[in-house]
Structures are given as structure tokens and as C-alpha cells.
Write a protein that binds this ligand. Structure first.
Ligand SMILES: NC(=O)N[C@@H](CC(=O)O)C(=O)O
Ligand SMILES: [Zn+2]
Ligand SMILES: [Zn+2]
Length: 348
């Protein structure tokens, strides 16, 4: 008989957008319900570019953790053309765990980010020296490169060089979407890893474009064709420690998603862990979920494994159509109105 309950070490989310201010009241509980730590993306407006900004942001996140829950935000620094080796050293001292590279214009809130990757070599060297991973949104932004090719071209033009020229640098290729990225990571050194999102494992570009445009499935890097989706599924099913959980949960208001120029990002926090369970179950590798969700990432970052456990049960439920925010706005969560086959068991 199929397994009905699964108890695992409490997972961590190695790629998460919490946003800021009042929205933290919504996003922090959505993640702390089932993740003990998360890598907090720094693409606020203005971005988190210094150790002091990261620490102030961390305090705002801590203030939004529901009573009785344990949650540790792991802070990151947003790289710009002005970031110096000294900024990295200061960030290390302040407890910032990683730095995030957005090519300028690649995604939400990246306009202040990096225009010239070559100029960042001293910063990459400083990261390697500090033992801090470089987290990469791996897409080129050149107007002439087709949006479906931007990840592969980024590997060829930039990532392969960065990995080769900085032999001590740990690199996380974030939210990978292509067979090319899977292969690049598999064939790379131990210090190269990747995060995978629920949407890129569950969907392909048909889910975005067939039968009408589905703005709530629009995220960056954009969903690719089914052969790429299959390569991502094969990667997680392999159990390789180079692949780990990063939801990329990225909330936007309903009005900014359902727009003539809609924002990129899926707000998946309320169902992400359960969807990963469903994905692993469907692949017949539920026994590999715990390592993917709770071990590979911590080991890569050199952090201890969580000691607590949580339980998922095989029970179907429906993701709400809408989340009403106190500020009057609403959000449409990822997988809205759809059934999920696994459910988090509430502690009794
Ligand atoms: N993934 C997305 O489509 N959006 C993210 C940014 C990012 O991770 O690229 C966001 O901040 O909204
Ligand atoms: Zn990104
Ligand atoms: Zn992201």
C-alpha cells in the first residue's frame, strides 16, 4: 500500500522572497509554518546592499514570526556595480551568509543590480575567501537573446567562466529551468549546486500559454518546454546532493500579476512543501524528499541539519483562490483552486 504519512527532518527554503513591511505579516508565517530556515532574497526596493541593511531587514523579519514558532532568516547581500571586497568582508562579520547576483534588468527589482560581471571578480574572490556562496540568477538580459535561451547563454558566456576562474568559490545556480543547467551543474565541481522550484518541476510553458495566458504561472526564468521539465525531474529523482529545495516563493499583488504588463513571480509558500512531496511521490522517490528538502542545502552551506521533525500526510486539499491582505490588496497564490495530494500535519 502507498505510504500515508511521512515524517522528515524540518526542511529549509534555500531561495525565498519575503518582501518587507506589512507584507511580512503574511509571508513570514506562510514559510515558518514548515521551514526552519530560509535564504532571504535581497531584492527589496531599495535593495539590501550593505550589512547594516541586511541586519535591519533581519530584525523586521524576526518581528513577524508567529509566537511559538522557530524560524531563522539567513540574510544575503544584493550585488551592484559598486559592491567592494570590503562590503563582503563586512557582511561576513555581520552574519550575512551569501551574496546574490542579479544581472541588471533580469527580473523583479533588479534594475540596481550588476551591469558588468567582469568587474566583480574582486568581489567573487572576497566571497571565496569568506567561504560565502555566490547565488546567481542565471539569465543574460541582452535584448537580442530569446527569452527561452537566456539561461543557456548565461552558462556559456558567464557562469562557466566564473566557476572556472574562482576555484574556491561556492556557487548556487538558482531556480534552474533547463536540461543545459542540469548538465552544467552535474558536470561541475562539488562547490557548484542548484535550487529547484515547485513551478519548474510541475509545469512547462504550455501551462503558461495554452488556452489563454496564465499570469500566475509567469515567473523568471520563464517556464520552458516539457523536455526541460523532464530533465529537472530526473535531476531531483537522481538524489544528487547538488540539487536542493528553493521555492522562489515571490509574492505580487493580484492587480500587478493580472495586468497588461504583469510581474514575474509565483507566491507558493502556502503549498510549496506539499507540492514537492507530491512531485517526489509521483516520481516514486518519496524516500529522497528528506535529503532534497532538509539535508543537501544545509550541507552545501556548511550549516548544521535541523533537529526537529515534521509530518506530511497523504490527504487532498485545495489551495485557496485568493489571499486577502489587511491593506485591501489581494494575492492569488500559486496553484490557486487546485488540489494538492499531501498536507502538513498540524502539531497536536
Ligand atoms: N522568480 C521571479 O519570477 N520573481 C522573483 C525574482 C527572481 O527570483 O528572479 C521576484 O522577486 O518576484
Ligand atoms: Zn531569480
Ligand atoms: Zn527568486
Amino acid at each position: 500500500m502507498a505510504i500515508q504519512e511521512l515524517t522528515i527532518r524540518t526542511p529549509d527554503d534555500w531561495h525565498l522572497h519575503l518582501r518587507d513591511d506589512a507584507l511580512l505579516q503574511e509571508t513570514v508565517p506562510a514559510t515558518s509554518r514548515c521551514f526552519e530556515r530560509a535564504i532571504i532574497m535581497p531584492n527589496l526596493t531599495p535593495p539590501v546592499t550593505t550589512a547594516a541593511k541586511a541586519e535591519a531587514y533581519r530584525q523586521r523579519i524576526l518581528a513577524a514570526i508567529p509566537a511559538g514558532q522557530r524560524f531563522e532568516p539567513l540574510m544575503t547581500l544584493y550585488l551592484t556595480d559598486q559592491t567592494s571586497a570590503q562590503d563582503i568582508a563586512d557582511a561576513k562579520v555581520a552574519g550575512v551568509v551569501a551574496a546574490k547576483l542579479y544581472p541588471a534588468g533580469a527580473t523583479t527589482n533588479s534594475s540596481a543590480a550588476v551591469n558588468s560581471l567582469e568587474r566583480l571578480d574582486p568581489v567573487f574572490a572576497a566571497l571565496a575567501e569568506a567561504g560565502m556562496p555566490l547565488l546567481v540568477h542565471g539569465e543574460v538580459t541582452d535584448a537580442e537573446i530569446d527569452i527561452f535561451d537566456r539561461e543557456k547563454v548565461f552558462i556559456d558566456r558567464h557562469l562557466s567562466r566564473i566557476v572556472a576562474e574562482h576555484p574556491q568559490l561556492k556557487v548556487v545556480f538558482e531556480h534552474i529551468t533547463t536540461a543545459d543547467a542540469v548538465e552544467f551543474v552535474q558536470q561541475g565541481p562539488e562547490r557548484l549546486a542548484a535550487t529547484l522550484t515547485p513551478q519548474h518541476l510541475l509545469m512547462n510553458r504550455n501551462d503558461l500559454l495554452v488556452g489563454g495566458i496564465r499570469p500566475h504561472n509567469y515567473c523568471l526564468p520563464i517556464l520552458k518546454r516539457a523536455t526541460h521539465q523532464q530533465a529537472l525531474l530526473d535531476a531531483v529523482a537522481s538524489g544528487s546532493s547538488k540539487f536542493f529545495l528553493g521555492t522562489d516563493s515571490a509574492p505580487h499583488s493580484q492587480s500587478s500579476k493580472e495586468s497588461s504588463c504583469g510581474c514575474a513571480g509565483c507566491y507558493s509558500a502556502w503549498s510549496a512543501l506539499e507540492l514537492y512531496a507530491q512531485i517526489f511521490d509521483n516520481l516514486g522517490v518519496l524516500d529522497k524528499l528528506e535529503a532534497f528538502a532538509s539535508e543537501h542545502g544545509a550541507n552545501f552551506y556548511g550549516l548544521p541539519l535541523n533537529e526537529s521533525r515534521l509530518t506530511l500526510v497523504r490527504e487532498s486539499w485545495t489551495v485557496p483562490e485568493r489571499i486577502q491582505l489587511p491593506q485591501g490588496e489581494s494575492m492569488v497564490p500559486f496553484y490557486a483552486g487546485r488540489e494538492v495530494q499531501w498536507k502538513l500535519k498540524q502539531p497536536s
